[in-house]
Design a protein around this ligand. Structure first.
Ligand SMILES: Nc1ncnc2c1ncn2[C@@H]1O[C@H](COP(=O)(O)OP(=O)(O)O)[C@@H](O)[C@H]1O
Ligand SMILES: N[C@@H](CCC(=O)OP(=O)(O)O)C(=O)O
Length: 269
């Protein structure tokens, strides 16, 4: 049995990817969402500050509109995301209400860090929301305005880096990234059968970058490349990130208790 990790986190950002929220048959994974609501509500009631960064707008929108393949055209993706986001928040709203929590929708773009006024406004909103007892902020990228062709030099659809930006912004201690895989492996396990799980990563060096392959399901977008970019941001700010499987969100309790699950990205190991 491996040693326990030293995890001390009062303010936590949890990022959940589309591949965790949507099943392969395009159905929303309601049990996961309900469990997520239970776990995050419990943490909040126990005095933790909690922010959820949730993908899934496009995935949920595809289900609502009965579309089987993610559209190629950006404007179509934006339209699907706009439909899905409303549905997704309704589902979260119901799930969190079961535990006496309200949800707050925050739609932002990654370039808020480049615009001091936007940066301050977003930070102020977060501080107010985090000071409320029964409210969980749920963040997604503002898919309607985030297009690379626009003046904003961002690329459409990457909540991995967005979640790291949010973690920096609210000065959280820990980012928990929930995906469809147990952690970061020596190679993409979908392609390399004997790939091994890496327990801890102190820095994102070329060897680690070379181990990152593409995305897993038809719903996932960034794969490990964007998760490593997120980890780089986290390490730069001396914060910690754990990448793990989101199929049972109760794993978050174990992570916070220091159980060596998934991959921990931290300078101080
Ligand atoms: N080195 C690696 N370790 C683990 N997973 C990897 C690696 N390289 C590529 N992957 C792929 O990344 C996928 C997760 O990313 P993605 O599909 O974007 O999910 P999410 O929706 O959670 O963001 C995994 O299913 C896996 O196939
Ligand atoms: N903002 C978009 C995309 C997001 C995205 O980064 O997806 P994922 O790789 O599943 O975390 C959505 O909600 O569908």
């Amino acid at each position: 049995m491996q040693n326990k990790r030293q995890i001390s986190a009062d303010r936590i950002v949890i990022k959940v990817g589309t591949s965790t929220l949507i099943r392969q048959n395009s159905q929303i994974n309601l049990p996961v969402i309900k469990k997520l609501a239970y776990v995050l509500s419990t943490l909040k009631k126990n005095g933790k500050d909690v922010v959820l960064v949730s993908s899934g707008a496009i995935g949920v929108g595809m289900g609502v509109l009965n579309i089987d393949q993610r559209p190629i055209k950006i404007s179509k993706q934006q339209a699907v995301a706009a439909v899905g986001q409303a549905e997704l928040m309704q589902i979260y709203n119901e799930a969190f209400h079961e535990y006496g929590m309200s949800v707050a929708q925050i739609l932002i773009t990654r370039d808020i860090i480049d615009y001091p006024e936007s940066h301050t406004n977003v930070m102020n909103s977060f501080q107010e929301l985090l000071s409320m007892d029964n409210t969980i902020p749920i963040v997604n990228e503002n898919d309607t305005v985030t297009v690379s062709e626009l003046d904003h030099h961002t690329k459409f659809g990457d909540n991995d880096q967005l979640s790291a930006i949010v973690t920096n912004l609210v000065d959280a201690d820990l980012l928990i990234m929930l995906s469809d895989i147990d952690g970061f492996y020596s190679a993409n396990p979908l392609k390399v059968s004997d790939a091994t799980l890496i327990d801890t990563i102190k820095q994102i060096d070329p060897e680690i970058i070379a181990a990152a392959g593409g995305h897993g399901t038809k719903y996932g977008t960034g794969g490990m490349t964007t998760k490593l970019k997120a980890a780089e941001l986290i390490l730069k700010h001396n914060q910690q990130m754990i990448l793990t499987n989101g199929k049972d969100p109760e794993i978050i309790f174990n992570l916070l208790a220091g159980d060596p699950i998934g991959t921990l990205f931290s300078k101080n190991i």
